[in-house]
Design a protein. Structure first.
Length: 517
């Protein structure tokens, strides 16, 4: 077979410009190449760019970014941040994934970019300035993005999650890892605004620092940096945070807390003492509760303890891991995918909650059950966003990209809430609806027109929602054009949050725990 290269004179159409039959398993399809228009597969992102501009989030990020260049051939700051933003938004997990959008001729224009940079350019940019300056800038941006939510009663959820890493990167050590035991990992300590799924901050630690002790300093520094009027009404966490130093620090700051404690010998003795009592009350969802006081030897003082229990028959079976399953098969045991935990001596499953709240038992128990929503935030950010990647040799840059990913996640979450306030849409649902759509950019008479063709099911309804939202945003922008960028965001986010709270019926989590003044 001989391959001949055909050169066409300038302005003369090539053979690809005319329909030609292509035989496919589905039959013959006549294909033709249209190279006269600029096309993007992410046309609906123009509405997200409008949201960033109108809200002032994008201008404020560019104005305060510590990146600086002196060469006339250097990229613009908007191009560096825009490339990272689009990479993270499209589900990228490595700097190399910026190559997947590099040749898109349209989406860069929506953010004022001349071009989309290569992955090497953005990787060098992250390490260009002092890491401390970049970390401080990202902390400022994260706090700025969630500050409107802090001006009302809110709950802070703290949690830690492990992230598998492959290689010899800094911090990649063996620690607690439920997915792949014995494999190197990193620990991400996160602080979340409950029920709104907004990330306040994240600290990346070595994999053997999954204990809540290693997230204590980060939380205290975070809440002390907030004005008294913006501090949380309640700090909530699992058994990793129910230790005396953590609770004592929160008490000194006059902050309420709700934690679960480990089953130590002192806790087991307390459970045994209260098991035979007859004053158990209903705690909701099949649980019973009773109130007492707990003073462990390592604690400075006694604290209110709520013991909850439910019959073992209501305890769900858990899935047996592959390693344990193989051990049971080798030992000759019956192969089971799901097994029921061994029953306790009195037929009940117990849990002990420590709190400084004075709410009834049923309400405290429900508040702790609501804490499980923080696990969904970690799951979404690790599996659908960049928390599962962007790992570099040094831990500082890994932490920078973790915070940058959380910032884009917050922006996108508030954008989705402004369109559909009734529920939180995870990226696996929101991206096909609000990102995927072929857009053709036409320019005539000094005006640019983007013609969008939706590819998702129900795209007509999405098109109407996006168009209505864009019209309202344009009209709103004309009324606040004189405000500075930060003030525009506070005004817009406050209106969005009011609609979100009304649609969710948020009367419990936000008002049952009044702010301490």
């Amino acid at each position: 077979m001989t391959v001949r290269q055909t050169v066409h004179p300038a302005g003369e159409p090539s053979a690809a410009s005319f329909p030609h039959p292509v035989e496919t398993p589905g039959g013959v399809i006549h294909a033709v190449w249209d190279q006269g228009e600029r096309v993007t597969p992410s046309g609906p992102l123009v509405y997200f760019a409008q949201f960033l501009q109108a809200s002032g989030l994008w201008p404020f990020a560019l104005q305060s970014c510590p990146l600086s260049y002196t060469s006339p051939n250097a990229p613009r700051i908007s191009e560096v941040l825009g490339t990272l933003l689009m990479t993270v938004l499209h589900g990228g997990r490595r700097y190399l994934h910026a190559s997947g959008i590099r040749y898109d001729p349209v989406i860069g224009e929506t953010l004022g970019m001349r071009k989309i940079l290569s992955h090497e350019s953005v990787r060098r940019a992250v390490a260009r300035e002092g890491r401390d300056r970049m970390q401080a800038w990202l902390q400022q941006q994260l706090l700025h993005a969630v500050r409107p939510a802090l001006r009302r009663a809110w709950i802070l959820d703290e949690d830690v999650t492990s992230r598998i890493v492959c290689g010899t990167q800094e911090g990649a050590v063996v620690g607690y890892n439920g997915k792949k035991p014995g494999h190197p990992s990193l620990a991400l300590h996160t602080y979340v605004v409950a029920h709104l799924r907004l990330v306040l901050d994240v600290h990346v630690k070595p994999g053997n620092e999954t204990s809540g002790v290693h997230g204590h300093d980060g939380l205290i520094a975070l809440v002390t940096s907030l004005p008294a009027a913006e501090r949380p009404s309640l700090v909530r966490g699992d058994i990793a945070y129910g230790f005396d130093m953590h609770m004592s620090a929160l008490e000194q700051l006059n902050l309420r807390y709700l934690f679960k404690v480990r089953r130590s010998d002192g806790v087991k003795e307390l459970i045994a003492e209260t098991a035979s009592r007859s004053d158990w009350v209903d705690a909701g969802k099949g649980w019973q509760g009773i109130e007492t006081r707990l003073h462990l030897m390592s604690w400075a003082r006694a604290r209110r303890a709520i013991i909850i229990r439910r019959p073992e028959t209501q305890r769900p079976a858990f899935k047996l891991g592959r390693r344990k399953l193989n051990e049971r098969v080798v030992a000759g045991a019956e192969q089971q995918t799901f097994i029921t935990p061994p029953p306790s001596t009195d037929g009940f499953e117990y849990a002990v909650l420590i709190t400084s709240l004075d709410q009834p038992i049923a309400q405290v128990a429900q508040l702790y059950r609501d804490r499980a929503d923080a696990e969904n935030v970690n799951d979404e950010l690790k599996n659908h966003w960049g928390w599962g990647g962007f790992t570099t040799d040094d831990l500082d840059r890994t932490g920078i990209m973790a915070r940058f990913t959380a910032l884009i996640y917050n922006w996108w979450t508030m954008y989705c809430r402004s369109i559909m306030p009734q529920k939180h849409m995870e990226a696996v649902t929101a991206r096909p609806l609000l990102m995927h759509g072929v857009g053709q950019l036409h320019q005539h008479g000094g005006q640019r027109e983007l013609r969008i063709t939706g590819v998702a099911r129900g795209c007509q309804q999405i098109a109407c929602s996006l168009t209505d939202s864009a019209r309202r945003l344009s009209a709103w922008m004309r009324t606040v054009a004189q405000l500075a960028a930060p003030d525009r965001w506070y005004r817009l986010a406050d209106e969005v949050l009011k609609v979100v709270e009304a649609s969710l019926g948020v009367l419990g989590p936000f008002s049952t725990v009044p702010r301490i003044t």
